[in-house]
Design a protein around this ligand. Sequence first.
Ligand SMILES: Nc1ncnc2c1ncn2[C@@H]1O[C@H](COP(=O)(O)OP(=O)(O)OP(=O)(O)O)[C@@H](O)[C@H]1O
Ligand SMILES: [Mg+2]
Length: 405
Amino acid sequence: MEHFDIVLAIARIALSGDSERATHQVKRLREAVSKAKPDQAEKLARLLNRDDRRHSVAPMSLEQMRVSGSSPPVIPGEKLGRNTPLPNDRETATPLVRVVFPEDNVGAEPVLSPVLADALDGLIGEWAHTEELAALGVQPNMRCLLYGKPGVGKTMLARYIGAKLGLPIVEARLDGLVSSFLGTTARNIGALFDFADRYRCVLFLDEFDAIAKARDDAQEVGEIKRVVNALLQCLDARGRRGFTLAATNHEHLLDPAVWRRFDGRIEIPLPDADARKNLLARFLPPLTPGEAEMKMLVWMTEGMSGADIETLISGGKRFLVMKEASGASGSRRRGLLGGLRRQATLSGQLFSVEQRALLLGSNEELAAALVDNGGLTQREAGLLVGVSQSTVSRRRRDTANPLEA
Ligand SMILES: Nc1ncnc2c1ncn2[C@@H]1O[C@H](COP(=O)(O)OP(=O)(O)OP(=O)(O)O)[C@@H](O)[C@H]1O
Ligand SMILES: [Mg+2]
């Protein structure tokens, strides 16, 4: 029989359960027969295509890694490498996932409140000790939903969890899957889960509300029902095969059945004053603001997300550079306030209405507010804004007793 050596190799590898090498050999066979027997080559191509999307070959003959210290947790699956072929949308050939490897993600630890950081440490600890927990008859939470306002660090946190576990993150943006490929969405979701189930990884479903949002479109009701059902089935089938993280800005839009599938639901709140201070300390260097400026920044950033604070500080830095390049005089301290004022004009949406009005209003009023609401002393506020202490004091009196002003 022609090409018998390849068939023999496939048989040997298939029996040993190494599906990656088996795929390689089937591809060789397809090449070998493509000229003489195009119809057979076509059949093999279809088989390969299906295999890409199929559940991993069962039973998995895959080595299971032991947990010790920081080594990856014990979950079944093949090793996901940089050369592993990614699943594609069949019509457009667009990849359905993006893989972030732990080594690509070092150092990006999100700033979180201590309570939240503790809770997450607990979760990561559980995931890293799955086997020990199983020995005691308990299972860790395998599916976890991160929710919160835009820009609070959900995506960053999911990648960080992957890096902490030493596992690659298989990221799928469901908004892309749903909006671009309506009609084939359910199939793509199947392919996505097949891929994640096959490899040792954390599956991360970002922008998870996309499916729920699409339900509002009356014309697409039938399609979306199919998609939600496909998603529920996939989540159930994935079960304990691997970790699943999802993130959303619109948790209230999620289908209740989908919401229930997650045993962990973690709200990532907007940063409180301490967290904002830590975020500022991360983004400000090499600028080294004094204590009074720090207090001003912490107060001014109330209600902002981590991403907003990053945008604000980048804008402030650009302002300082341009100011110094133009040879303008004045201390960096004033420059920082100038930067904030510029941002209040250019990126007003970052601030609350009141803060924006204060930044764009008079120096006296701003200085008084920095004392009354921002926790600065009169001296600090006066120096920062460039007005005398007596002016600050008068303005505060006038604000407190407007009738006497
Ligand atoms: N808690 C945080 N700690 C450190 N950096 C943060 C934090 N939150 C946001 N950032 C900064 O903002 C960027 C954007 O955050 P990220 O994309 O993770 O937010 P998100 O919650 O996923 O937003 P969205 O809901 O819009 O997808 C991060 O790359 C990081 O630079
Ligand atoms: Mg995100």
